[in-house]
Design a protein around this ligand. Structure first.
Ligand SMILES: [Zn+2]
Length: 85
């Protein structure tokens, strides 16, 4: 069956960019690529929702909030998803 591999932007890349995305710090092109990825990737949509929730609870997401523990944690989650997929 057709499992598409989003080669241009792996999930890990999306995770790294998500705080910039939410802060409006991405260029229009990057933003479009990221949204395109989100369109086809429920994992990253879940991550985005969780990140938004974090921002809602803490008031603001600064880059240091997302690293390195959180990133490692989510990288681990993605690795598991990929292994199961
Ligand atoms: Zn993804």
């Amino acid at each position: 069956m057709g499992q598409r591999q989003p080669a241009e932007m792996p999930c890990r890349h999306v995770v790294e960019m998500i705080s910039d995305y939410l802060e409006g710090a991405l260029s229009a092109r990057e933003r479009r690529r990221l949204e395109h990825h989100l369109d086809g990737c429920s994992h990253c949509r879940t991550y985005l929702a969780q990140t938004r929730e974090t921002i809602r609870l803490t008031g603001r997401l600064v880059p240091s909030d997302l690293s390195p523990e959180m990133q490692r944690e989510f990288t681990e989650i993605y690795r598991r998803w990929r292994a199961n997929g």
